[in-house]
Design a protein around this ligand. Sequence first.
Ligand code: C5P
Length: 223
Amino acid sequence: MVALDGPSGTGKTTVARTLAGRLSARYLDTGAMYRLVTLAVLRSGTDPGDRAAVAHLAHDAEFSIGTDPERPEVRLAGQDVAAEIRGPEVTGAVSAVSAVPQVRELLVARQRRIIADVLAETGGIVVEGRDIGTTVAPDAPLKVYLTASAEVRAARRNTQDTAAGRQTSVAEARESVQRRDRLDSSRAASPLRAAGDAVPVDTSELTIDQVIVALAELARRRG
Ligand code: C5P
């Protein structure tokens, strides 16, 4: 198993999916799970800042997440919502929802079950998120913490937004990335931080391929 943590814009998702494919492993995007709950909150008209209501809703939300790195399915009430969970509404509200301790408890338990099932059945899994090495799987044999400079992360996020047909500027992307980092790092319940035994990898000056080659080598030795 590989635990891959770090803030947004570090190339985490691309790296995690490609690495999983290369290792013939499964892939779990825990961020997508927080995004799914956030979409359920928004669709129900619940205020994302109402912690009790959010906790209640998370409990009842009917969602599923796949572990195929080629096509990771995300469904809410049976509907494919892969594009919708990446939209600006969900991105703007997800940090508030993911800071609710009951939401984290619920999702961490579910993540641990998925990981245990995969490890029992097929063997390998690459799990990406913010608290995988610290909370979800502190015993993971390989933990990696991806970083990149604020400028590079904003530029990458802007490129992704543009590719997805969303009109934003680099300045807006920078503001959004920094806001989310601030909220994710300062929350009381398992904040974003590197595990003490994680291998730090700064991706600012590296291509995705260089990162993958480095991590595949680490995984072969430790994963
Ligand atoms: O990785 P992604 O940008 O999709 O994550 C969306 C949000 O979900 C993060 O900004 C964070 O608030 C939350 N998250 C989390 N713990 C994780 C994964 C994501 O709190 N393990």
